[in-house]
Design a protein. Structure first.
Length: 141
């Protein structure tokens, strides 16, 4: 892809993100100290966004940098709620187990050994579950 086309593509991603966040260039300019005209250059694909701007998007708006530069994946990084498994009524037990394993390496090795054996015996079931989960994520993401 030519440099100009790549810059335009990145600019389109940035504009889509800004619009989805319901942010104006004026607001971003005030929050970052980057002039509106410079922000416009980014979105029009005239210039690549600065590290300062990218850090602002990443830190303050959870923007996925892979999406910005490739157009692939989700626009926003998963939140802690999306990435932290919820074990429901077993959450306390899971937390205790994790702390126990952190303090006692031989317990960690025992649990990992059991888990590895479980994966080997049930690999088809696990692959099927992960495949279904991935398909669902693609539909909703």
């Amino acid at each position: 892809m030519a440099k100009e086309a790549l810059y335009k593509e990145i600019g389109m991603q940035l504009r889509a993100i800004r619009e989805q966040l319901h942010l104006t260039m004026e607001t971003i300019s005030k929050e970052t100290g980057i002039s509106r005209s410079y922000l416009s250059d980014f979105e029009r694909g005239v210039k690549l966004p600065t590290a300062k701007y990218m850090k602002y998007l990443f830190v303050h708006h959870n923007v996925n940098m892979n999406y910005v530069f490739s157009g692939e994946g989700r626009k926003f990084r998963p939140t802690a709620e999306e990435t932290t498994p919820n074990f429901g009524k077993f959450q306390d037990e899971v937390d205790k187990l994790l702390h126990f394993m952190a303090d006692m390496p031989h317990a960690l090795y025992a649990v990992l050994g059991y888990f590895t054996e479980y994966k080997m015996v049930n690999h088809k079931l696990i692959e099927q579950h992960l495949s279904e989960k991935e398909k669902l994520a693609k539909k909703t993401g």
